[in-house]
Design a protein around this ligand. Structure first.
Ligand SMILES: Nc1ncnc2c1ncn2[C@@H]1O[C@H](COP(=O)(O)OP(=O)(O)OP(=O)(O)O)[C@@H](O)[C@H]1O
Length: 270
């Protein structure tokens, strides 16, 4: 395990200097509202997400994790700063281009599995390709389905599947189009620990074996320990990172980050 000291955003380094990152943000600011009621959800974030890596984003509630992910994925626009995903400047895209980016080059996994209840598992998995009118690469479909262990469940509707199986369908759906990057927002938030381990094991293998790049927001130190690298946010800033994390090292860093955030919020109480 290696750790980086908690420091300003600029202290967070490139994941691997030899490999160009799959996504980069520079000077990212997101402010909701204005004047005295303004909320600085992101207060100047510089970050690079590694190509062929699983990166976890952690931090206290309200620290800006979802906002960072939504801005990176073109689901929300930053107030300031630039974002490059897979070589293209996201901030310069119009809505139509953003939709195309999300449909063709990004994959999404959410806490709520967001499957279409009337479609089978197989139909749910190929839905993004069908919507984009892109052909299904049968060999890749089979590889992804085998990797998530759903070969004998493909004809089932979501209500005939367990929560873990439904989330594995959602993961397969995110991966079947070979996206440049998958954004996963609390992918195991609704799962028991056994199902969570299956989904996380699959996400990690899809990086190690299929070369996928994944960015995952999570509150769970065990989930984060599946990542190659964990980034810690507090008050809209990147304040630290861990490489090759363990649940214990993540928990320790999270405690340190959270207590610093509390001290900054109410210095008189310390
Ligand atoms: N649409 C919005 N309008 C106003 N404020 C917002 C909006 N979305 C987020 N915020 C605020 O921005 C800050 C960061 O929110 P964000 O959801 O990114 O945090 P988070 O770290 O993902 O939190 P959690 O772990 O609780 O999901 C919070 O103070 C939140 O209240």
């Amino acid at each position: 395990m290696s750790t980086a000291p908690i420091g300003p955003a600029s202290a967070v380094t490139s994941p691997d200097p030899a490999t160009p990152p799959i996504a980069t943000a520079r000077g990212l600011v997101k402010t909701y509202g204005s004047g005295e009621t303004a909320v600085h959800a992101l207060a100047g974030v510089d970050v690079e997400f590694g190509r062929g890596q699983l990166t976890a984003i952690m931090g206290p509630s309200g620290s800006g994790k979802s906002t960072l992910m939504h801005c990176m994925a073109g689901l929300d626009r930053p107030t300031e700063g630039s974002i490059v995903v897979d070589g293209d400047e996201v901030g310069k895209m119009n809505e139509r281009q953003l939709t195309k980016l999300r449909r063709t080059r990004l994959g999404f996994v959410f806490q709520a599995f967001n499957l279409v209840p009337t479609l089978t598992a197989a139909e749910n998995i190929t839905l993004p390709l069908d919507i984009a009118r892109r052909p299904v690469d049968k060999a890749h479909f089979d590889a992804v389905v085998a990797a998530v262990g759903l070969e004998d469940r493909l004809g089932h509707k979501p209500n005939e599947l367990s929560g873990g199986q439904q989330q594995r369908v959602a993961c397969a759906r995110a991966l079947v189009s070979r996206p440049a990057v998958v954004f996963a927002d609390e992918p195991t938030g609704n799962l028991d620990s056994t199902s969570a381990a299956e989904v996380l094991g699959f996400l990690r293998r899809s990086v190690d074996d299929l070369g996928q790049s994944i960015v995952m927001v999570t509150h769970d130190p065990t989930a984060a320990s599946y990542a190659h690298r964990v980034l810690f946010l507090a008050d809209g800033r990147l304040v630290g990172e861990l490489l090759d994390p363990t649940p214990a090292s993540v928990l320790e860093m999270l405690g340190s980050v959270s207590s610093r955030a509390r001290q900054a919020a109410s210095p008189a109480a310390v």
